[in-house]
Structures are given as C-alpha cells and as structure tokens.
Design a protein around this ligand. Structure first.
Ligand SMILES: Cc1cc2nc3c(=O)[nH]c(=O)nc-3n(C[C@H](O)[C@H](O)[C@H](O)COP(=O)(O)OP(=O)(O)OC[C@H]3O[C@@H](n4cnc5c(N)ncnc54)[C@H](O)[C@@H]3O)c2cc1C
Length: 91
C-alpha cells in the first residue's frame, strides 16, 4: 500500500486520507494535456455530427479538437477514422 507520495516541496503530498478538495486542488495545480490536446471544438457543442461548425456556413473542422470525449488510448487512430469519415462527408 502506498502510504504517502513523495512530491516537489511546493506541493502537499496526497495520501489515502486526502480529501476530494485536496485531490481537486492537485489536479488544478499539475494537470496538463501534454502531447494529446483534443476536444476543444467538441462534436455536439461546437460542431454537429457532420463536423460543420454550428451557426457558421461552409466551415467544417476535421482534427482532434472534435473528439466529444477523451479517447482512452493514443488519439492518432481515432483521428485517422475522423479524417476518412470527413472525406466521405465532403465527397
Ligand atoms: C511529441 C508528441 C508525440 C505524440 N505521440 C503520439 C503517439 O505515439 N500516438 C498517437 O496516437 N498520438 C501521438 N501524439 C498525438 C498526435 O500527434 C495528435 O493527437 C494529432 O497529431 C492531432 O492531430 P490534429 O490534426 O488534431 O493536429 P496536428 O497534427 O497538430 O495538425 C494541426 C495542423 O494545423 C496546422 N496549422 C496550425 N495553425 C494553422 C494555421 N493558422 N493555418 C494553417 N495551418 C495551421 C499545423 O501546421 C498542423 O499541420 C503525439 C503528439 C506529440 C506532440
């Protein structure tokens, strides 16, 4: 069992006794998208199911930004699928 983590000095170590608030604060302090940013133009809110930007004429988005949910794997394969699907939509 992990009793307590070892952290940089400026952060308070989390443990099994940490509260939800302490865990939320840690996420706010340290979470980052690193190399897989996605979902900033999510399908259902920014683009529709045909990848057209809602409220804008003649504009589609075809990149990882349209992911409606984070993928639980590396994103590239899902991105290839979106690209193929978009080519068929435009065809
Ligand atoms: C270091 C690193 C390693 C990764 N490793 C993996 C991996 O092993 N497996 C995996 O599945 N995924 C990996 N990824 C993630 C994957 O590369 C991205 O999720 C994917 O490339 C996203 O595709 P995208 O088309 O949304 O964006 P991008 O591939 O970033 O494409 C955006 C394109 O838009 C162009 N662009 C930007 N601004 C403008 C502008 N104003 N006008 C015209 N063009 C513009 C850019 O030049 C770029 O060509 C990695 C990413 C990084 C950074």
């Amino acid at each position: 069992m992990v009793v307590e983590e070892t952290m940089a000095k400026e952060l308070t170590p989390l443990s099994s006794a940490s509260t939800d608030e302490e865990i939320d604060r840690r996420v706010q302090q340290t979470a980052q998208s690193t190399t897989h940013p996605a979902g900033t133009a999510a399908m259902g809110s920014v683009v529709d199911a045909d990848l057209k930007v809602i409220g804008v004429e003649g504009l589609r988005v075809c990149d990882a930004s349209i992911f409606p949910e984070p993928v639980a794997a590396n994103p590239m394969v899902a991105h290839y699928a979106i690209t193929e699907q978009t080519a068929e939509l435009i065809d």
